[in-house]
Design a protein around this ligand. Structure first.
Ligand code: FFO
Ligand code: GTP
Ligand code: K
Length: 547
């Protein structure tokens, strides 16, 4: 089956989007230049700094240059209304002046990018100024006096880059994430998207769907009387099935890309006074939460953003779980439950001495192993009910115990924890065993065991989420494809249309083609190839001015 089959059909309005140029290009949404004004904004943070950059983009950018740049390398204003053309992409030392009064505003640098070889694909002028509030506001006010110029909206430079075909929506999202990136992992993930990796991968998916569609279309086109290859429909179904499998593989990624982008949500929970706030402070390396000997000190959820081994973590310290008559505390406990349930990973902090006390009186502690069957240590049911597969355990206050007792008791406590998760009964012994690597004994007070805990915890997180733990596995299949819910929604919808195609019999070939066309459209929405207007505002809403 050859591709020219569907090229022949291009003029037919209903199949118009099959045209190869439409498949590749995204310029179908570009409005004419005439509608566009020239925009300007400060692209660096306002205030005192080394350099400030004001960007000007649009059809009149060169005119702006002529009006505010003087004494540039090649003499600037040549008189008689004749101006030189600045050399493209060459920084020039110049004076920046008021376009009307000619007053000197700053002594700086300027550079001209001739469209489309610029960030926005339009003509761009950048003014590199000394960064001070008065200079910046004087130059911005001066630009505002130029009729064809207006201040840019948030994200408007990037919007123009998108409309000019410089970027697709996955790149726009990547760029925004890059600006937001706080950790190394976030930077890597965002940079790949901004550079177009995701765009290529989604376009590949779309091209494959279109290939199936082309085969099905061929069956419609040839119709009765004409010779048609045997098994074309079957072949299309085989390809579609493989494609569906690949898409489902991406959809079943445990939301890894989305979690990495927004931060891994980590909840700290446990009984009152176990040392939860002490753990938060240890992780934050500062006194972020109040630590007192009074049980019930933390009453509300405290959230912090942390970087653990390059991974973005949003950690929540929560109220200790216990029965309470206190209204404020009980609301805090409700919030704790919500925070733990919403978390990707949780750490249950338990006081080891307290657990052992619940098992045996102090005099019996030494023969704990023997006593294990009569009185197992207990986890309060309110705590146990929040334990899941994703829970790790920190057994705290080991300093209050004799070190040999602490060690021998660990086995018993682990059994209790195992029982609390209820996994033993499900016959998932293997999985449960693996999980006990996630039990640590520490003293948050004297610091014993804490660094080992942190390293080992970071390692297990990296194993689960990281994109950079091992460079040798940095390939497409390891790199999460989906980093935004928006993308997931469209990909899910594509999968449903492909499923619908797979269950359509060959007699209904017209309907079958329709399902595939919808599938291709759904993937196209991810890049913004089609139906772009409704998503633009969503994608651009978090941009800052000047980007
Ligand atoms: N001074 C300055 N630095 C900056 C930016 C900027 O706008 N100004 N950028 C703002 O985000 C980023 C660079 N983004 C850009 C992306 C594409 C093109 C561009 O002209 N592309 C052309 C030519 C490529 C080439 O010469 O190799 C193209 O791809 O056709 C320019 C900047 C980071 N650094
Ligand atoms: N001996 C000892 N005391 C500790 C340790 N860790 C914390 N503590 C003390 O235990 C008390 C409670 O610590 P927090 O970190 O406030 O405990 P919490 O679990 O956040 O407590 P609530 O806010 O009541 O839920 C404080 O007096 C801490 O100094 C430890 O490893 N050993
Ligand atoms: K406390």
């Amino acid at each position: 089956m050859m591709l020219k089959t569907f090229c022949r059909q291009c003029p037919a309005a209903a199949r118009n989007f099959l045209c190869a140029s439409r498949i590749r290009g995204i310029s179908t949404v570009t409005p004419s230049d005439a509608q566009r004004s020239t925009i300007f904004a400060l692209s660096t943070p306002p205030g005192k700094a080394g350099v400030a950059v004001i960007r000007v983009s649009g059809p009149d950018a060169l005119d702006v240059w002529k009006r505010v740049i003087r004494n540039a390398r090649r003499r600037g204003d040549l008189g008689n209304g004749i101006y030189y053309q600045p050399e493209q992409r060459k920084m020039e030392k110049c004076k920046i002046v008021h376009p009307e009064s000619g007053e000197l505003l700053d002594d700086g640098l300027a550079v001209f990018f001739k469209g489309p070889k610029s960030f926005t694909t339009e003509d761009v002028v950048e003014l590199h100024l000394h960064s001070g509030r008065a200079i910046i506001s004087a130059v911005l006010s001066a630009l505002a006096t130029i009729k064809s110029c207006r201040p840019a909206e948030p994200g408007e430079f990037t919007r123009r880059a998108f409309l000019g075909g410089r970027m697709d929506l996955t790149q726009v999202e990547g760029l925004r994430d890059l600006l937001e990136a706080q950790t190394d992992t976030q930077r890597k993930l965002a940079l790949r998207a901004a550079a177009g990796d995701m765009r290529v991968r989604f376009e590949e998916l779309r091209t494959q769907i279109i290939h199936c569609l082309a085969m099905v279309e061929a069956l419609i086109d040839f119709g009765e009387g004409e010779e048609i290859e045997e098994g074309v429909y079957e072949q299309a179904q085989i390809e579609a099935r493989n494609l569906l499998q690949a898409i489902n593989g991406h959809l079943n990624d445990s939301r890894r890309g989305e979690i990495l982008r927004t931060g891994i949500r980590l909840a700290i929970f446990g009984p009152p006074n176990a040392g939860k706030s002490s753990l938060l402070n240890f992780l934050a390396r500062r006194e972020a939460a109040i630590v007192t000997p009074i049980p019930g000190t933390t009453r509300d959820v405290i959230e912090l953003s942390l970087d653990i081994g390059g991974l973005p973590i949003i950690v929540a310290d929560t109220a200790g779980l216990r029965k309470t008559e206190d209204l404020v505390e009980s609301i805090g406990i409700e919030r704790t439950k919500e925070a733990v349930q919403a978390a990707d990973v949780s750490i249950c902090v338990l006081s080891l001495p307290e657990m052992l006390n619940s098992a045996a009186s102090p005099s019996k502690r030494k023969s704990l192993e023997a006593a294990e069957h009569q009185s197992m240590p207990q986890i309060p049911s309110s705590v146990a009910s929040l334990i899941t597969q994703n829970t790790c355990f920190l057994l705290n206050k080991a300093d209050l115990l004799d070190s040999t007792i602490a060690t021998t008791s660990l086995g018993v406590v682990s059994q209790v924890l195992e029982r609390a998760t209820g996994k033993e009964a499900d016959g998932e012994k293997m999985e449960a065993t693996a999980r006990w690597e996630n039990v640590w004994t520490v003293s948050l007070q004297n610091g014993k065991g804490t660094e080992e805990f942190l390293q080992s915890f970071a390692k297990s997180l990296k194993h689960r989420y990281d994109i950079s733990a091992d460079e040798s596995v940095l390939n497409d299949s390891y790199m999460p494809l989906i980093t935004h819910t928006r993308q997931r929604v469209h990909l899910e919808s594509a999968a449903r249309f492909i499923e619908a195609f797979l269950s359509t019999p060959p007699e209904d070939v017209v309907l079958a083609a329709e399902e595939l066309r919808y599938a291709a459209q759904a993937v196209g929405k991810i890049s913004g190839l089609i139906d772009v207007e409704d998503v633009l505002d969503v994608v651009f809403k978090d941009f800052c001015i000047g980007k």
